[in-house]
Design a protein around this ligand. Structure first.
Ligand code: AMP
Ligand code: TRP
Length: 337
């Protein structure tokens, strides 16, 4: 185990609510992997959050394990990072309740993700509204300094800051106030079929919307071939919404290759037509995902090893968070005999 005493602590998570896609990879996982050597990392599979929308129980269990395998296949090293399943550490749900009792309802009703999601359903569950409080609990019970997430989660991390600050004001200094860390590149990968909406698990069953991390090369090629573009026939970055499709393709190429915008535009300088752009972007994505898919297959072949990693991770996470829980309960006036 690395010496983590002087390192900043990182906490992040992904819901096992659907197939992981390129947005999850570049917006979250890739950044986690790049940082993991000089941080004290906690990477969680947030299955309790997945319950805020209807799930098939057997599928949820399968996807929870698959998500964990993908973390490791993408390069999360269980020696350097604590990998665990949220529902294995009951402190998360318990602290969520305690934080509910200091969180004004208005703060939750203002969350844009809640407003969007509740507009699209006619039976709004209490869990959907409360989702950011559970997320705040996830983060602050570990005293995490940094939370690397995609742009869409920034507002939730800011709420976690507000809740930590409010608790500290009422009960005295208790929690570290966390910072969102949004990668400049890849903060928002858009749908290939519609570049005005973000690539999401929710839409990943729609043909041509997402590149799923486990899609085979042929499927990835097909998705890119079908990607929306425009009629400008000009391969350069742009903020113009009409050109969002091409911009998204260039953004994906940029984040995978690690090149700058001008290097990317140079690469495509003499290229004629969007067809070749799509082929080249598909190729870099296929090559990036190939070793991940191979490693994933090896991990799933030996699930005993994966179970051991998750059990060890859960144990370590429980130990750390339980001592924080005792402090919080005491400060809030709960009797300890
Ligand atoms: P979710 O799929 O909502 O569980 O998100 C897991 C992580 O992936 C979070 O850090 C999100 O911000 C990030 N993420 C999800 N979709 C995208 C996207 N289209 N582009 C960039 N990051 C994303
Ligand atoms: N809400 C996040 C998402 O949908 C997932 C999540 C839950 C999370 N708890 C977290 C992310 C704590 C970072 C830190 O993407």
């Amino acid at each position: 185990m690395p010496d983590t005493i002087n390192m900043k602590r990182v906490f992040s998570g992904i819901q096992p609510s659907g197939d992981l896609h390129l947005g999850n990879y570049v917006g979250a996982l890739k950044g986690w992997v790049n940082q993991q050597n000089n941080r004290d990392n906690f990477f969680c599979i947030v299955d309790l959050h997945a319950l805020t929308v209807k799930q098939n129980p057997d599928e949820l269990r399968d996807r929870t394990l698959q998500t964990a395998a993908l973390y490791i296949a993408c390069g999360i090293d269980p020696i350097k990072s604590c990998v665990f399943i949220q529902s294995h550490v009951s402190v998360h749900a318990e602290v969520c309740w305690l934080l509910n009792c200091i969180t004004p309802l208005g703060w939750l009703e203002r969350m844009t993700q809640y407003k969007d999601k509740s507009l699209r359903t006619d039976s709004i569950l209490a869990g959907l509204l409360d989702y950011p409080v559970l997320m705040a609990a996830d983060i602050i019970i570990y005293d995490a300094h940094e939370v690397p997430v995609g742009e869409d989660q920034k507002q939730h991390v800011e709420l976690a800051r507000d809740i930590a600050q409010r608790f500290n004001r009422i009960y005295g200094e208790t929690f570290v106030v966390p910072e969102p860390v949004i990668s400049k590149t890849g903060a928002r990968v858009m749908g290939l079929n519609d570049a005005t909406i973000k690539m999401s698990k929710e839409h990943s069953k729609i043909r041509g919307h997402a590149v799923r991390l486990l899609d085979d090369p042929k499927e990835i090629e097909r998705s890119f071939k079908r990607a929306v573009t425009d009629s400008y026939n000009e391969i350069r970055f742009s903020d113009d919404t009409e050109r969002a499709g091409v911009n998204n393709l260039l953004g994906i190429y940029k984040v995978i290759t690690g090149k700058t915008e001008s290097q990317v535009e140079k690469d495509f300088e003499n290229l004629k037509g969007y067809g070749s752009l799509k082929t080249i972007v598909a190729e870099v994505v296929i090559e990036e995902l190939r070793p991940i898919q191979e490693k994933y297959a090896r991990i799933m072949n030996d699930s005993g090893e994966l179970h051991r990693i998750l059990l060890d991770g859960g144990e370590k996470a429980a130990e750390i968070s339980e001592s924080k829980l005792s402090e919080v309960k005491y400060k809030m006036g709960l009797l300890n005999l």
